[in-house]
Design a protein around this ligand. Structure first.
Ligand code: HEC
Ligand code: HEC
Ligand code: HEC
Ligand code: HEC
Ligand code: HEC
Length: 238
């Protein structure tokens, strides 16, 4: 009897299982239910991902940087044709080796005593600055914080480097680009980088401490000099 019962039990068990296993109908519906749930979940995930990417890569950088126009437009390409000594006519080294940087009004006056053309930017420049004897408050794209020491002589004269390496094509441009200021740090975007993820396509895309050091190490300048090591802090910091 007991064995019969066991057999019965077993058969009953298999009998129980049988209807479930082959009944693909049930399975299909339960799977369909799952699909119905994963679809929206994946969609939801993708929408959320895209939204956060847009916030992180497009909106955040726009909020992070305020855009400022230069006080006066300036066409480098046009002026390079007019002057005798190319860049040096306006950006020159003084006797003591220091760099004049951005030109002063005095360097413009020989040609802009009065308005000579039709250009509204020239009229603005002459009327608002030359006539009133006010220096133009140019925004310096490459401005480093006060604690950084940088010397043009070492790079341009001694190391014979091109302006383009660090400044890009500003010197050949037809108009001055918009100046972007980091709202938190106050740095220019030319220092903190064009790309928020930190990718750098050109040597002038960013000029943070690591970018200075990267070149100093690569150029192998005075291997035994402190300036090739980040350890030599006082080469660049005063
Ligand atoms: C007629 C004068 C003049 C000549 C010539 C001239 N520049 Fe300039 N340059 C200016 C003025 C004015 C500015 C100020 C705009 C500014 O703040 O960026 C400037 C700004 C710059 C800057 C941007 C500095 C910064 O970080 O803001 C660079 C780089 C530069 N010039 C490179 C050159 C090069 C390279 C040449 C030669 C191919 C050249 N310039 C010729 C007048 C001149
Ligand atoms: C060697 C002569 C010369 C010098 C020096 C010079 N300019 Fe000019 N500048 C010109 C000429 C020529 C024009 C074109 C005028 C026209 O016909 O519209 C011009 C045009 C301009 C214009 C209008 C076009 C533009 O660039 O957007 C501005 C602004 C200007 N100059 C600013 C300056 C400033 C600032 C300096 C000093 C850093 C300066 N110039 C030095 C000759 C000169
Ligand atoms: C090795 C990189 C490098 C090279 C090469 C270089 N510069 Fe600069 N330049 C800088 C840095 C960094 C600053 C900012 C300095 C600071 O804020 O103390 C600067 C600042 C300037 C300024 C603004 C200075 C001011 O305060 O008025 C001008 C103009 C300029 N450079 C023009 C040039 C020109 C023209 C050349 C080519 C003859 C050149 N630079 C080559 C890195 C470079
Ligand atoms: C693309 C290469 C390059 C970049 C970028 C660069 N440098 Fe240099 N730097 C050099 C070279 C090459 C020398 C050596 C010049 C020489 O032979 O005296 C040098 C020398 C110097 C010196 C002079 C050291 C001395 O003992 O006279 C200082 C200061 C300096 N760099 C600071 C900086 C700072 C600050 C930055 C970033 C804002 C910077 N450099 C970016 C290549 C670079
Ligand atoms: C090759 C030049 C160079 C050397 C060497 C160097 N620095 Fe810098 N450092 C910079 C420049 C350029 C900046 C400004 C740009 C930035 O914040 O990355 C800076 C910024 C900094 C800042 C941030 C300051 C601020 O206002 O955000 C600190 C802190 C600093 N440096 C510490 C050091 C120390 C410590 C060393 C030595 C171990 C050192 N640096 C060596 C070029 C240099």
């Amino acid at each position: 009897m007991s064995t019969d019962e066991k057999v019965n039990e077993v058969s009953a068990d298999t009998g129980d299982q049988d209807p479930i296993t082959p009944s693909s109908g049930n399975d299909a519906t339960s799977q369909a239910d799952e699909d119905g749930a994963t679809g929206p979940i994946i969609l939801f995930f993708i929408v959320g991902l895209i939204a956060s990417l847009i916030v992180g890569w497009v909106i955040f950088p726009q909020l992070l940087y305020s855009q400022k126009r230069q006080p006066v437009g300036f066409n480098h390409a046009l002026h390079n044709e007019e002057v005798d000594n190319e860049c040096e006519s306006c950006h020159f080294f003084r006797e003591d080796g220091t760099y004049s940087g951005v030109p002063k009004l005095a360097q413009c006056i020989e040609c802009h005593e009065e308005v000579q053309g039709e250009d509204p930017e020239e009229a603005k420049f002459v009327n608002e600055y030359v006539a009133k004897g006010r220096e133009v408050p140019w925004l310096i794209y490459s401005r480093q914080p006060d604690n950084v020491f940088f010397s043009h002589v070492a790079h341009v004269k001694t190391a014979q480097m091109e302006c383009v390496t660090c400044h890009g094509n500003i010197g050949e441009s037809e108009s001055l680009k918009v100046y972007e200021e980091n709202r938190i740090s106050g740095y220019s975007r030319d220092i903190w980088g064009k790309n928020i993820a930190g990718f750098k396509r050109n040597s002038w895309d960013r000029m943070k401490m690591d970018d200075c050091s990267e070149c100093h190490v690569k150029e192998n300048i005075n291997q035994n000099s402190v300036q090739t090591l980040k350890g030599g802090c006082f080469v660049c910091h005063k």
